[in-house]
Design a protein around this ligand. Structure first.
Ligand code: ZN
Length: 142
């Protein structure tokens, strides 16, 4: 359920939304907000998740074709991929191939916030300044 996502601006070239306070994310059924539909992304799914204190992510899973990158923004926990389990904390970034069987737990006494970016494995053909084009523009915020 993504009922709290509010579009704040947009055009043919962009979509800007606000999903509100992180505490509101936790009120969703699985403590997660998916942003693909709200932001109209075409090459990735992005989710923001809040994991309650001392809570396991409820399901281990793999994927059919998408890799996932987990970015931990707060707290400490453990992340498991296949037969390896390791500590994660604020700043940990974990990329998991589609076949990797993954799960995680928040072992801290406070909410853990993390972002997951899901995209088709091997689909990225160019990135950063290979894909960027520097152009002249007038800042409208002045
Ligand atoms: Zn997944």
């Amino acid at each position: 359920m993504n009922s709290r996502i509010e579009q704040i601006a947009g055009s043919n070239n962009f979509t800007a939304v606000n999903f509100g306070k992180l505490n509101q994310v936790l009120e969703n059924a699985d403590g997660k907000i998916f942003l693909k539909e709200a932001t109209k992304t075409t090459g990735m799914e992005i989710s923001i998740s809040v994991l309650s204190p001392r809570t396991d992510l409820s399901i281990f899973h793999s994927h059919k074709q998408n890799e996932e990158t987990y970015i931990a923004l707060s707290r400490k926990g453990k992340f498991q991929v296949d037969d390896q389990c390791f500590d994660i904390s604020e700043g940990s970034v974990i990329r998991v191939a589609p076949d990797g069987l993954r799960g995680m737990t928040n072992s801290s006494n406070e909410q853990m916030v993390y972002v997951v970016i899901q995209a088709k494995e091997n689909s990225l053909e160019q990135y950063t300044m290979e894909d960027g084009v520097i152009q002249e523009a007038t800042p409208l915020w002045k």
